[in-house]
Design a protein around this ligand. Structure first.
Ligand SMILES: *Cc1c(COP(=O)(O)O)cnc(C)c1O
Length: 368
């Protein structure tokens, strides 16, 4: 039986192979007589799962040695507080606001430090990126925050800014929750990146943080110990009980990613090529239709989250019902913007996008 295609923005679809392997290993992981959920996080079985997951992520994302990889809890929203608690030193931080998520981040950081909005695309309704030349970065900012893929507005940075070239020595902080592992990261431009797993890596409950070592050890005294990056790094993410099952599933997803091949490319490079092809197919269908519209500038359209609207919004319910009938699930847009949204993360095969495009065309014809 084939499963429906699931376009949820998150928690999102996982590779079927990962789900099947987890099902096979549910009652007895590798002859241990235990489910991964029932293991001590300090036992040799789970420690090996953890070490493989960390090493595989490092390899997949080409994370340099001078960065730590942390598996934390609290999701992206907790990181909105944890980052200023660790990096701001109670001083100042600059934010580039490009949609709902970076806007939430700057609001939360105001509890801990002096926040400035260095640039925003708010006036255009979050449909393009503010040009680098317009960014007003402060010399004394302790970090500069971006959301590199705005999950709700469908705006994605296609390249990371080089802050040094903009005259700033501040570390760049990325919220890459919704496109982590969909494309490579230029770590030479990054101080810290965080992302909840539930979009592109695994189930909800684990948050990945990749942090440059020199940024550790500067947490504010009020920072909860479990959220002090240095404490977490020094204890291999086991200062308190980590979300063991979520880490295990993320680890299976990393192994799946390593197996992916496109031509001579593998791993994240293969995913990037596949994601580009998927996104081009879907945007092209939207742009060539008379019924659907996506208002984001072409140079910053997200490859992961494709919001679109029906020009005739009275057909929204019929559109969603017809989609469900065809096994195309969770296409309803975020409540704050309405319309539709197709999230086409790593685990969405090209065949899922083809099925969606077929449906878009058929629905348009039927309602012409
Ligand atoms: C989903 C998401 C978050 C929030 O993650 P939680 O796990 O719900 O805290 C933050 N940032 C971005 C870009 C997201 O897509």
């Amino acid at each position: 039986m084939t499963r429906p295609y699931n376009f949820s923005a998150g928690p999102a679809n996982l590779p079927e192979e990962v789900l099947r392997q987890a099902a096979d290993e549910m009652l007895d992981w590798h002859g241990s007589g235990m489910s991964v959920m029932e293991m001590s996080h300090r036992g040799k079985e789970f420690v090996s799962i953890y070490e493989h997951a960390e090493a595989d992520f490092r390899e997949l994302m080409a994370v340099p040695k001078h960065f730590k990889i942390l598996f934390m809890q609290g999701g992206g929203l907790a990181e909105n507080a944890i980052v200023p608690l660790n990096l701001s030193r109670g001083a100042s931080a600059d934010f580039v606001v490009t949609g709902s998520w970076s806007s939430k981040s700057q609001k939360e950081a105001r509890k801990y430090c002096d926040v400035q909005i260095a640039a925003t695309n708010e006036r255009g309704g979050h449909t393009s990126l503010p040009p680098l030349a317009s960014w007003k970065l402060r010399r004394d900012a302790r970090y500069v925050h971006l959301c590199t893929n705005e999950t709700i507005h469908g705006v994605e940075f296609q390249e990371l800014p080089d802050l040094k070239a903009l005259g700033s020595d501040a570390p760049l902080v990325l919220d890459f929750s919704s496109h982590v592992a969909s494309r490579p990261v230029d770590w030479s431009r990054v101080g810290l990146a965080f992302g909840g797993a539930q979009k592109n890596l695994g189930p909800a409950g684990v948050t990945l943080v990749v942090v440059r070592e020199d940024l550790l050890g500067h947490a504010l005294p009020i920072c909860p110990s479990a959220f002090d990056y240095k404490t977490v790094a020094d204890s291999q993410s086991m200062y308190n009980t980590p979300p063991t099952y979520a880490i295990y599933i993320a680890g299976l997803t990393f192994q799946w990613l390593k197996r992916q091949v496109e031509g001579h490319l593998s791993g994240v490079a293969a995913m990037e090529q596949r994601n580009r092809a998927k996104a081009e197919l879907l945007y092209s269908a939207i742009d060539h239709s008379g019924l659907y519209v996506n208002g984001v500038s072409k140079d910053c359209r997200s490859r992961m989250n494709v919001p679109f609207f029906l020009r005739d919004e009275s057909r929204n319910e019929a559109f969603l019902a017809g989609a469900r009938e065809r096994g195309l699930l969770q296409l309803k847009g975020h409540k704050s913007v309405g319309g539709m949204r197709a999230s086409i993360y790593n685990a969405m095969p090209l065949s899922g996008v083809v099925a969606l495009v077929d449906y878009l065309q058929e629905f348009e014809k039927r309602h012409a």
